[in-house]
Design a protein around this ligand. Structure first.
Ligand SMILES: [Zn+2]
Length: 513
């Protein structure tokens, strides 16, 4: 954001002030619903988009802003009437012909074109030879559609995808109809039953085959698989029903109308900088990863599945609350691994052994990546938010016992189902359910610069901190380290690619799961 002294900002606001990405999102309204249409043009490999955003102002607005980057906007209407618009930084400023009033919804329609291959400072597009997929987390959904791009503003979504015949357009949620246009193009519509954060939107066009199967208690499952890979990926996809049954035993009923896996329709190992992404009801994967044997992928598949509860149903209110997503996803992913008898990359075969190992690295990680609940844009996806978060949950479980811990988890998921939660919300629930004030205990674990004592394990020790040298936080340690590394092994073994967010390189950190 560039501001000039004496000249007011062009928009109504400069973002919601998120601790990690302060410019994301906008004040003055909430987005209630998105009706999105994506028309993939095979000849130009571009996408013609129409976004209809239903907004509810909380004050009188002479204009308002949406997050938008890299979108060529052709027209904007507000409640059907043409509106003036301008772009600056990563904002689309809309000026209707009259002010919007608080408490009255308005419909903003934005017609635009986007090029999934366009070079941008950061992007949510995953270009593929036949189309595209979307990976908007954390801060790039607004390169795919104009939106109030902050996880705290969840909304209803209906998505229509038009693709040339022979290709398939898919999106989150349930199928809601197909329209053959008779000109070689087909539009497929999808509706999400529950609210969704913008970062969790999935839209894809590719040479896909849909594989339907049935999960626990009749839950319909839908995998969207590159047709050429459908046979070789079937063993991995067939694991989902069993994984769902295990997850439901720990976390309660699956929160959405369907679940499925979408290995992207691309052979490019660098198509995106991580292995899997929990786009709601349809998890995006690198196809090659899912060709491996179950013992090598099962814990990661559990990680992504657990995000349906922690991340998608209960979404972080701020990006600094990311450890709630990733810590829980890793905690249950690791629990699943060791229950199934799959040794990890260090040879550990029990959760206790792995946690003791991690505990020893605690001070180094706090030194290199900051406290678990105080990330920056540069180190947001470091392992400190992943297995570092899992270590906090392990400490809590050791302190209160497994039964109370399970009650804390279920209560937290129930209280914030389909909404948002903060770190403070989790701490409050832990205290209320356990009947003891856990604020000090958890604050030390979440925000302390030194690793607190581990309850029940007075013999566990923390290794001394080694200087990191010239390497910056996060990304530097990740590329060089592997599961057999030394005290700096909090990187992303197996997923060292970097995503860009807010202009800062970040790296997903769950590769050591
Ligand atoms: Zn994750």
């Amino acid at each position: 954001m560039l501001l000039f002294a004496g000249v007011p900002s062009a928009g109504a606001a400069d973002g919601l002030g998120d601790p990690v990405f302060p410019a994301l999102g906008n004040t003055g309204y909430r987005a209630l619903a998105y009706d999105l249409a994506f028309d993939y043009r095979a000849e130009s490999r571009t996408v013609d988009g129409t976004a209809v955003v239903t907004v509810l102002p909380d004050r009188t607005l002479a204009r308002l802003e949406l997050d938008a980057l890299g979108l060529t906007v052709r027209a904007v209407r507000v409640d059907g009437r043409p509106a003036a618009f301008a772009t600056h930084d990563e904002k689309l400023t809309v000026t209707p012909d009259g002010p919007l009033r608080p408490g009255t919804t308005s419909e903003l329609t934005v017609e635009y074109t986007a090029d999934p291959r366009a070079p941008l400072p950061h992007t949510g597009w995953v270009p593929t030879p036949n189309g595209f997929a979307v990976a908007g987390q954390p801060a790039s959904a607004h390169t795919v559609f104009p939106c109030n791009d902050h996880p705290s503003d969840k909304a209803r979504f209906a998505i229509a995808v038009t693709a040339p015949d022979g290709l398939l357009g898919v999106a989150n949620g349930d199928s809601a109809g197909t329209e053959h246009h008779g000109d070689g193009r087909t539009t497929r519509r999808y509706v999400s039953r529950e609210p969704m954060a913008t970062e969790l939107v999935q839209v894809s066009v590719g040479d896909y085959t849909v594989r339907e199967r049935t999960g626990p208690h009749g839950l319909p499952l839908r995998d969207v698989v590159p047709t050429a890979r459908a046979a070789e990926l079937e063993p991995a996809l067939a694991l989902t029903p069993g994984q769902l049954a295990w997850a439901e035993e720990h976390l309660g009923p699956f929160p959405f109308e369907t679940y499925g896996i979408m290995p992207a329709d691309t052979d490019d190992p660098d198509a995106f900088g991580f292995t899997g992404l929990e786009t709601q009801t349809l998890t995006l994967y690198k196809p090659d990863f899912l060709r491996r044997p179950e013992a090598e992928i099962g814990s990661h598949m559990m990680h992504e599945l657990v995000h349906s509860w922690f991340g998608d149903s209960v979404t972080p209110a701020r990006w600094s609350d990311l450890w709630i997503n990733e810590g829980h996803a890793d905690f249950y992913g690791l629990m699943y691994r060791y229950e199934r008898g799959w040794p990890d990359g260090w040879g550990h075969t029990t959760l206790v052994d792995r946690m003791r190992h991690l505990y020893g690295l605690g001070d180094q990680w706090r030194h290199d990546s900051g406290p678990v609940a105080a990330p920056t844009a540069a180190n947001l996806f470091d392992s400190q938010r992943y297995t570092g978060g899992a270590l906090v949950l392990f400490a809590l479980r050791e302190k209160v016992g497994a039964d109370l811990f399970d009650r804390i988890e279920r209560t937290f998921l129930g209280e914030h189902r389909y909404g948002n939660a903060t770190t403070e919300d989790y701490v409050r629930t832990a205290s209320e359910v356990s009947g003891e004030d856990l604020g000090g205990f958890l604050d030390d674990w979440l925000y302390g610069l030194r690793t607190p004592p581990m309850p029940g394990h007075p013999d566990w020790t923390v290794e001394p901190v080694e200087p990191v040298g010239a390497a910056p936080f996060g990304t530097a340690a990740s590329g060089a380290s592997g599961p057999h590394g030394t005290s700096r092994t909090h990187g992303t073994a197996g997923s060292s690619g970097a995503a860009r967010a807010g202009g800062v390189a970040v790296t997903r950190g769950s590769g050591t799961l």
